[in-house]
Design a protein around this ligand. Structure first.
Ligand SMILES: [Zn+2]
Length: 340
C-alpha cells in the first residue's frame, strides 16, 4: 500500500502549498475591498443635513419613554424576567390608550416559548389602512423594534437605553402619530421580545405562522437610533432592494441626520466591513423574502455595556433619527400603494 500513502502525501502537500499561497492573497484582496467600501461610504455620506426637518414626533415623549424603559427598576428587561413582563404591560397599555387594534393571538400579545427564557411575548398593535384592492386591504407594512435587553450580569444592570429603549420609544410615538394619519397599507407595530441572543421574537412571528410572508409588504426595523458622534444613521437594506436608493435620497432631503446606505453587502463586495443583513429583527423578514429597511447607528463604546444609559442619549439626534425613520415609512406606504 506504499503507493497509496505516497499518493496521499503528494496531494496533501499540494493542497497545503496552495492554501499557503492563496490565504495571504485572499486577506490582501479583502483588505482592498474593505478600503473600497470605506471610499464608497465616504462618497455617499451627505455633507449637510436638512435645515427644516418635519416635527411630527414629540421629543419629550420619546425621552420620557426611554427614561422609563432604561430605568434601573427595569433591570435591563431580560426576556422572561418579571421586569420584561412589566415592560410588555407598559407597551400594551399604551397601545390600548391610543386605540390600536390588537394584532396578537391573545389580545395585543403574541406569546412564544424558548428553552432559555420560558414563555414570553411580542406586543402587536394594528392600524388599519385606508386603501383596498378588489375589496381587500393592501398587504401589511410591519414596523419592528425589540424591547428586551441583557438584564443583570455580575450584579450590574445593563440598561439598554440606545439598545433598544430608543427604537421602542420611537415605535410608541409612531403609534400615536399614525392613529391620526391616513396610511394606505395596514401598519402592524410590533414591539418584539428576545432579540438579544437569537432574534427569537422575530423568528417566532413566522414559526408560529402569525405572519404569512405573502401578506407582508415590507419591514422597517429600528434598533439603536439614539446617538452617534458623526450624526449618522445607517439605512441598511437597499443593496438587496435597489429601488429603495432614490426613496432614501428623498428622505435625506428632509432629514436632520445623515443617512448612510451601507452594512448590507456581502464580503465579496465589502470585504471585512460588517454585513448587518441578519444582525437584528429584520433578518428573519429578509430570510422570508420580505424587503426591509433597518435603521441603526454604528456600535459605540457603551454598546452592550452597563453604561448604555438614558443620560447618554443625544436627544436631538434621536428625535431626528426617529423622524427620518418615519419619513421612510410614510414614503414606502405611498410608493408601494402607487405601484399597484
Ligand atoms: Zn438591539
Amino acid at each position: 500500500m506504499a503507493w497509496l500513502r505516497r499518493y496521499f502525501a503528494y496531494w496533501f502537500t499540494l493542497v497545503v502549498l496552495l492554501v499557503l499561497v492563496a490565504w495571504p492573497g485572499r486577506i490582501m484582496y479583502y483588505k482592498h475591498l474593505t478600503e473600497k467600501e470605506a471610499e464608497r461610504i465616504a462618497a455617499i455620506t451627505p455633507s449637510h443635513v436638512a435645515e427644516h426637518a418635519p416635527q411630527r414626533l414629540s421629543k419629550e415623549q420619546l425621552m420620557a419613554d426611554v427614561r422609563w424603559l432604561a430605568a434601573p427598576e427595569r433591570q435591563g428587561r431580560l426576556a422572561g424576567s418579571p421586569e420584561g413582563d412589566a415592560t410588555r404591560q407598559y407597551i400594551v397599555q399604551r397601545f390600548q390608550e391610543l386605540g390600536l387594534e390588537p394584532g396578537g393571538t391573545e389580545g395585543y400579545l403574541h406569546p412564544f416559548s424558548t428553552e432559555r427564557s420560558g414563555t414570553t411575548a411580542n406586543v402587536i398593535g394594528i392600524i388599519p389602512g385606508n386603501e383596498h384592492k378588489k375589496g381587500k386591504p393592501l398587504r401589511t407594512i410591519v414596523v419592528t423594534a425589540h424591547y428586551d435587553h441583557l438584564g443583570v450580569r455580575d450584579g450590574k444592570v445593563y440598561h439598554g437605553a440606545d439598545d433598544n429603549a430608543s427604537g421602542t420609544a420611537a415605535l410608541l410615538e409612531f403609534a400615536r402619530f399614525l392613529m391620526q394619519y391616513p396610511n394606505r397599507h395596514p401598519i402592524a407595530l410590533m414591539a418584539l421580545d428576545h432579540e438579544e441572543n437569537g432574534l427569537k421574537g422575530a423568528r417566532a412571528l413566522f414559526s408560529t405562522q402569525l405572519l404569512n410572508p405573502k401578506e407582508v409588504a415590507f419591514n422597517i426595523n429600528m434598533d439603536m437610533i439614539s446617538r452617534d458622534t458623526q450624526q449618522s444613521l445607517f439605512a441598511v437594506g437597499s443593496y438587496h432592494n435597489p429601488w429603495l436608493v432614490p426613496l432614501l435620497q428623498r428622505v435625506q432631503q428632509e432629514s436632520a441626520v445623515k443617512l448612510i446606505l451601507a452594512h448590507d453587502r456581502p464580503a465579496r463586495k465589502a470585504g471585512y466591513t460588517p454585513d448587518w443583513t441578519f444582525s437584528s429583527d429584520h433578518g428573519p423578514f429578509h430570510a422570508q423574502g420580505i424587503p426591509f429597511l433597518y435603521f441603526g447607528v454604528a456600535d459605540h463604546a457603551d454598546y452592550h455595556q452597563p453604561t448604555d444609559t438614558a443620560d447618554r442619549v443625544d436627544e436631538d439626534f434621536f428625535h431626528a433619527a426617529a423622524e427620518a425613520s418615519l419619513s421612510s415609512l410614510l414614503l414606502i406606504d405611498r410608493v408601494l400603494a402607487e405601484k399597484l
